[in-house]
Ligand binder design. Structure first.
Ligand code: PLP
Length: 362
């Protein structure tokens, strides 16, 4: 048996939706884009969703729209994909980090220090697990700091009865093909209840246009293509079903792996926090041996992420970041391993992965 790490879904309906948009709509800023935004806003429970061409663009334009400029500091988690900070370092924003909670992989509110230079805080709902938003919002409110959720891995996750992307001031999503939903290529979405921020992101993604011929801000070309939006509409219809299937796979992993000494499993859903298991990431000090064993059984695994952002070569070079700054993050990055996880993962595939893990641990 072969088990891939992830398996993006593209049904005939989705292909047809894209073809229909390609034949009948404006190729950018078409009807599908408008409908996708309305549907996504409804799913999140926000007043505005603005589509863009990647998750990185969503973060970049959201921060710019919130008034973050070059030389402003944005505090986030280093235990994330490098795009989280690339999104603002690219325009001169300065990254600052706080360490994470070991068992949840998300920002530890107790470790967050908000100096006057910090203009925004960006919790990352890593692997689909919501961050501790109440505490983070509270800290931010005290200091007048904007909260931008990096929800790029957490479409549909719930925190205390609300969807991620609707809990901070702004939410940012990625539709990269392996995410819980995609658009048949790159894409992203920004969500907010703030009409001014939504208007500014609409303008920034569309060359800074005030009217067709007038440009009153320096903007970007960051629109979502109509064909991609059309795929997104169909994918979004399936999101809740697919997330439930992911949770069911996670339950099976938990049942079968819970008693293995030295293997730490991700948090399970509670009445308040409902994750969406974008990735099912476990921890072990024997990561490389375990990966080799699973690879030998044709089971694909991943590491998210081997190098924390602050220790990436370019971040060391630009800011002089060093080992020891974020002890929990740095240790986790040496121990995490991602097991196969996708909605249509068969029960036998989960059993097979668990059997091989048990075999490894003897
Ligand atoms: C946590 C996180 N932030 C940001 C991004 C950037 O999204 P994109 O690849 O769509 O630019 C990703 C996705 O790859 C991500 O996983």
């Amino acid at each position: 048996m072969k088990v891939p790490l992830a398996q993006p879904i593209m049904t005939e309906d989705m292909v047809q939706a894209a073809a229909n948009a390609l034949r009948n709509e404006r190729l950018t800023m078409g009807d599908s884009m408008v409908k996708f935004e309305e549907d996504f806003a409804r799913m999140c429970g926000v007043s505005h969703a603005v589509s863009v061409n990647s998750g990185t663009a969503a973060i970049q334009l959201a921060l710019l729209a919130a008034g973050v400029t070059a030389k402003d500091v944005v505090l986030t988690s280093s235990m994330s994909f490098v795009a989280t900070t690339n999104a603002y370092v690219a325009f001169g924003g300065i990254p600052a980090f706080a360490d994470v909670i070991e068992s949840e992989y998300t920002l530890d509110p107790a470790k967050i220090a908000l100096g006057p230079e910090v203009k925004a805080i960006m919790p990352v709902h890593l692997y689909g697990h919501p961050s501790r938003m109440d505490e983070i919002n509270e800290l931010a409110k005290d200091k007048g700091v904007v909260v931008v959720e990096d929800a790029c891995q957490a479409h549909g996750a719930m925190y205390k009865g609300r969807r991620v992307g609707a809990i901070g001031d702004i939410g940012c999503f990625s539709f990269y093909p392996t995410k819980n939903m995609h658009v048949g290529g790159d894409g992203g979405m920004m969500t907010t209840d703030d009409a001014d921020i939504a208007d500014m992101v609409r303008k920034l993604r569309h060359c800074g246009r005030k009217t067709h011929n007038e440009h009153d801000v320096i903007g970007y070309t960051a629109r979502l293509n109509s064909a991609n939006a059309a795929v997104g509409i169909e994918q979004l219809k399936m999101l809740e079903t697919w997330n439930e299937k992911r949770r069911s796979v996670a339950r099976k992993y938990h049942e079968q792996l819970k008693d293995i000494d030295g293997l730490h499993l991700p948090p399970q859903p509670t009445a308040e926090v409902v994750p969406v298991y974008h990735l099912f990431t476990v921890r072990t000090t024997r990561r490389d041996e375990l990966r080799k064993h699973l690879d030998g059984a044709s089971i694909q695994t991943g590491v998210h992420y081997e190098i924390p952002i602050h220790l990436q070569p370019i971040y060391r070079e630009l800011y002089g970041f060093k080992e020891g700054m974020l002890p929990v993050t740095e240790r986790l990055c040496k121990e995490v391993v991602t097991l196969p996880m996708f909605p249509d993962m068969a029960g036998e595939q989960v059993d097979y992965v668990c059997e091989k893990i048990k075999e490894f641990y003897g």
